[in-house]
Design a binder for this molecule. Structure first.
Ligand code: ADP
Ligand code: MG
Length: 339
């Protein structure tokens, strides 16, 4: 008999997992932003060079990590966010898989500086391709700074697959906006190659939308609000006359997490029935709060898809809430005299 099975070394397993979690620089931004938010950061700064291909740096003023945790956070399945599988049904955090940092450290040069609020000094650790290069005591502000350089340096095929800086930056801005829209009470800034793309002060939902999409957005927003036993909805839909040809500003957030849902999108479109011209898409910024027990977000590593217990009820409630709002704000049907 010959045995042929062996366990893969950690750095190989991490590199394989990284393929799922990190598609492009924007995926790194998403994961690091989520960690900064889970750590309780109220001021989060992002610095990016060459669309994240050479540098992504995120600084938060959150709770920081201990010396041991600063090392452990790069291990696969290392997380402070859940203890048991049951915790998956009462999730309050964005992360829980304990995979992001291990994945990122497997395919980039990473430097972490972190200090807990009540400590005098912090820890600085450097990792390349899952291997710790150095770890030392350092002076650093309370909170965490993670620097990710030379993404995919050891996977040339992935690196070559990256699109132009313009395209990759567009993906970064999309991720940034999704996170920023979900958390208007957190200050965010985004710098690319030294120029400031966003500087967002701490504010309310409406003002955050306006700060991101421009002053003219304000007059276009119709508030939506509904409270039921299975879902609380708040947010805005764009007035039908401002609906655009392409799918632009369409955002669903479930429990503060951006999600994609063709089914709920259909509910919104149904609420606009008769109000839109052909091929126009309504814009919307809709925030749904549901009992974490009634959803499953663990169906995909990037967590942008969710399974709802009662999708049909959500559909009906959402459609009627929007119809009601559009009616209240005297949005009249489009009268198309050409026909
Ligand atoms: P997950 O977020 O799923 O737990 P990650 O690999 O993203 O997995 O992070 C691992 C752990 O590292 C987190 O559970 C958290 O304890 C710690 N961590 C990561 N980023 C930060 C941060 N910015 N501030 C404080 N702790 C952090
Ligand atoms: Mg995480």
């Amino acid at each position: 008999m010959t045995d042929v099975i062996h366990l893969l070394p950690d750095h190989v397993a991490n590199q394989i997992a990284a393929g799922e979690v990190v598609q492009r620089p924007a995926s790194v931004i998403k994961e690091l932003l989520e960690n900064a938010i889970d750590a309780g950061g109220t001021n989060i700064k992002i610095l990016v060079k060459e669309a994240g291909k050479t540098l992504i740096q995120i600084t938060d003023n959150g709770k920081g990590m201990s010396t041991t945790d600063a090392r452990l956070c790069f291990e696969r399945h290392a997380t402070s966010k859940i203890n048991s599988a049951e915790d998956l049904f009462s999730l309050k955090t964005k992360g829980f898989r304990g995979e992001a940092l291990a994945s990122i450290a497997a395919i980039a040069h990473v430097e972490l500086k972190t200090r807990q609020q009540d400590e005098e000094v912090g820890t600085c650790i450097k990792i390349e391709g899952s291997e710790v290069i150095s770890q030392e005591v350092c002076v650093t502000p309370a909170g965490t700074t993670i620097c990710v350089k030379n993404l995919f340096y050891n996977i040339p095929a992935r690196r070559n697959f990256l699109k132009s800086d313009t395209v990759e930056l567009r993906h970064i801005i999309d991720e940034f906006q999704r996170v920023a829209l979900a958390h208007p009470n957190i200050q965010f800034s985004l710098l690319h190659n030294g120029s400031e793309l966003f500087q967002l002060p701490d504010t309310n939902f409406r003002q955050r939308i306006v700060n991101i999409f421009g002053g003219k957005t304000n007059e276009k927003l119709v508030p939506v609000e509904e409270n039921t036993a299975i879902v609380k909805i708040h947010g805005f839909v764009g007035k039908p006359e401002f609906a655009k040809k392409g799918r632009g500003e369409q955002f669903f957030f479930v429990n503060d997490r951006f999600i994609k849902s063709p089914y709920l999108n259909h509910a919104v479109t149904a609420a606009f029935e008769g109000l839109l011209k052909d091929k126009a898409y309504p814009s919307y910024f809709l925030y749904l709060d549901v009992d974490p027990k009634s959803i499953d977000i663990n169906i995909h590593p990037t967590k942008t898809e969710i399974k709802f217990d009662d999708e049909h009820a959500l559909y009906t409630i959402l459609r009627s809430a929007i119809k009601h709002s559009l009616g209240q704000f005297n949005v009249a049907p489009v009268l198309d005299f050409d026909r």
